[in-house]
Ligand binder design. Structure first.
Ligand SMILES: Cc1cc2nc3c(=O)[nH]c(=O)nc-3n(C[C@H](O)[C@H](O)[C@H](O)COP(=O)(O)OP(=O)(O)OC[C@H]3O[C@@H](n4cnc5c(N)ncnc54)[C@H](O)[C@@H]3O)c2cc1C
Length: 496
């Protein structure tokens, strides 16, 4: 079998996921046996579905809620080069991250990932050397793994202020590094799922696995309440923080990571990320990450927790920690009233006998057995995790290393709104065509940056079944309450 596959073209009918296809696919799966059943529609599960489908296996993926319902939408949205792992001596993970970052940014999803400059402000000369050493090691990885990110550099105070005008007066200069930034983590999940669908995978959202065996699962359709059985030759549990509930060999520790969402104007409109070293450390940072559309995320905490799995929430202590961490670098300190909202997600970390969650390995584990469970890892390394898991099932070679996702390849039209090009890549023109001449659908809805056609596309192509799928997971307007209210109010007019 050849190792290259035809690329999925923009708007490929086989990649379109809507409610009718979901119903059809449920009926087809109920009357047949698939090669692989994947449980979980986060980045890990969709990555496995894509890997298996491209090796020629028949695949069904079930997700209890919606694509990217869990941790995969609560990340920092970075495609890491692995620098942070070097600091803790985890060279293997660092290398893996650097390689996968290059693949995502160059070939797999260049339409969803961009280079992002990261400024580490200096307050005195003592910080310069260790930070430069860290960036230098990251640069070795960058050069080894290839790619087009610039090398790190040293900046004067004036140069640093040009990038981050809101810097505190006592900043004496800065070091500039580079990493990858996703336009949105949930968009990556959806793009992988649609690409898997184009290669034949059946993507069944709102379908819960009630219990698993080595040859299938008892499933519940969360839209109708009906239960049914799916037969499979192989079953893969990719349910992240929920994994222990379906496989009692899995023992997880959960660590909550929280971000604040603020208007970029309230931190001086930075044009690059601001990485502020925690007191006494040159390798642990609180960071502000500017996004498109005038908002920034400030992260990140790491708090071990045993609280219930659904609906993780920031604690007061985490909010204060993040404010205390970022404010020393800002001329105008940020206060609580400027926080638009917060978001939190759980890192599913493999339990180990020693140490706190911050010390546990971030590497993924693939547990073989009647049911294969895949846990841990990073968004950045999803493809490698999938390759490792499917290697246990198939002897055919992996074909995803250089496989572009839908939207990555194709002609770009200059005549579509910037927001569509930024979020849909080569599919922007297909999305814009959903307006069918109604120019109002290419305008932002209310105070939000969302265009009407995005609501239509979410239901037509992106497996959005419920209103909340559209608002929270495709459009991400839950990150700014005012946007959410406006888009929810405008949705009826758009969708009829
Ligand atoms: C705060 C934070 C920031 C992070 N930032 C980054 C970053 O910037 N870059 C990076 O590379 N990594 C980052 N990570 C790590 C990365 O986000 C996670 O490793 C990754 O998203 C985990 O994906 P997953 O698919 O394994 O789990 P999830 O995304 O949680 O997916 C599991 C899915 O399984 C479903 N499910 C559960 N039970 C069932 C069932 N019974 N039946 C069917 N479906 C079920 C859930 O609904 C869920 O959708 C971050 C993690 C956190 C917590």
């Amino acid at each position: 079998m050849s190792t290259t596959l035809p690329t999925v073209p923009a708007g490929d009918p086989d990649s379109l996921l809507d409610a009718e296809r979901r119903t059809r696919d449920i009926h087809r799966c109920a009357s047949s046996t698939v090669d692989v059943l994947v449980v979980g529609g986060g980045i890990t599960g969709v990555g496995i579905a894509l890997d298996a489908a491209t090796r020629g296996l028949s695949v069904a993926l079930v997700e209890a809620h919606d694509l990217a319902y869990g941790t995969s939408r609560w990340s920092s949205k970075l495609v890491h080069g692995g620098l942070r792992y070097l600091a803790s001596g985890q060279v293997g993970i660092a290398w893996e991250s650097a390689v996968e970052r290059t693949r995502i940014m160059n070939t797999i999803a260049p339409h969803l990932a961009r280079p992002m400059a990261q400024l580490v402000p200096m307050f005195d000369d003592s910080q310069g050397l260790p930070v430069a050493a860290g960036l230098g090691m990251g640069d070795l990885l960058r050069r080894g793994a290839g790619g087009h990110l610039p090398a790190p550099s040293r900046l004067s105070a004036a140069e640093a202020r040009e990038l981050v005008p809101g810097l505190a007066a006592n900043v004496t200069g800065g070091r500039l590094g580079w990493d990858g930034q996703l336009v949105d983590d949930a968009r990556l999940v959806v793009a992988v799922a649609r690409t898997a669908a184009a290669y034949g995978a059946r993507i069944l959202t709102h379908t819960r696995a009630v219990s698993l065996t080595g040859d299938g699962a008892l499933l519940a359709d969360e839209m109708t309440g009906e239960t049914w059985t799916l037969s499979a030759h192989h079953v893969v549990n990719a349910t992240g923080a929920w994994a222990a509930g379906l496989d009692d060999r899995v023992s997880l520790i959960r660590s909550r990571g929280t971000h604040l969402v603020v208007k970029s104007a309230s931190i001086g409109e930075p044009s690059c990320a601001l990485m502020v070293a925690l007191p006494g450390s040159t390798s642990r940072f609180v960071f502000a990450l500017p996004q498109a559309d005038g908002i920034s995320y400030i992260g990140l905490t790491d708090v071990e927790t045993t609280e219930p799995l659904d609906d993780p929430r920031a604690s007061e202590e985490e909010i204060q920690f993040l404010l205390d961490g970022i404010n020393p670098a800002l001329a105008q300190p940020l206060d609580r009233a400027q926080i638009l909202t917060t978001y939190s997600g759980y890192r599913p970390l493999l339990a180990s006998a020693t140490g706190s969650s911050a010390d546990l390995s971030r590497r993924h584990a693939v547990l073989d057995g009647d049911v294969i469970s895949v846990v841990g890892g990073k968004l950045t390394t999803y493809r490698r995790m999938a390759e490792d898991a499917v290697d246990l099932i198939s002897e055919r070679p992996c074909r995803t290393r250089d496989l572009p996702l839908v939207g990555a390849v194709g002609p770009r039209s200059g005549k579509v709104p910037d927001r569509l090009s930024r979020r849909f890549g080569a599919e922007a023109a297909v999305v814009a065509a959903m307006a069918r001449g109604d120019e109002s659908l290419l305008e932002p809805i209310g105070s939000s940056p969302v265009l009407g056609v995005e609501l239509l596309w979410a239901r037509h192509a992106e497996a959005a079944i419920t209103d909340e799928d559209v608002l929270a997971r495709r459009l991400r307007v839950d990150l700014v309450p005012e946007w959410y209210a406006d888009v929810a109010a405008g949705a009826a007019a758009v969708c009829g």
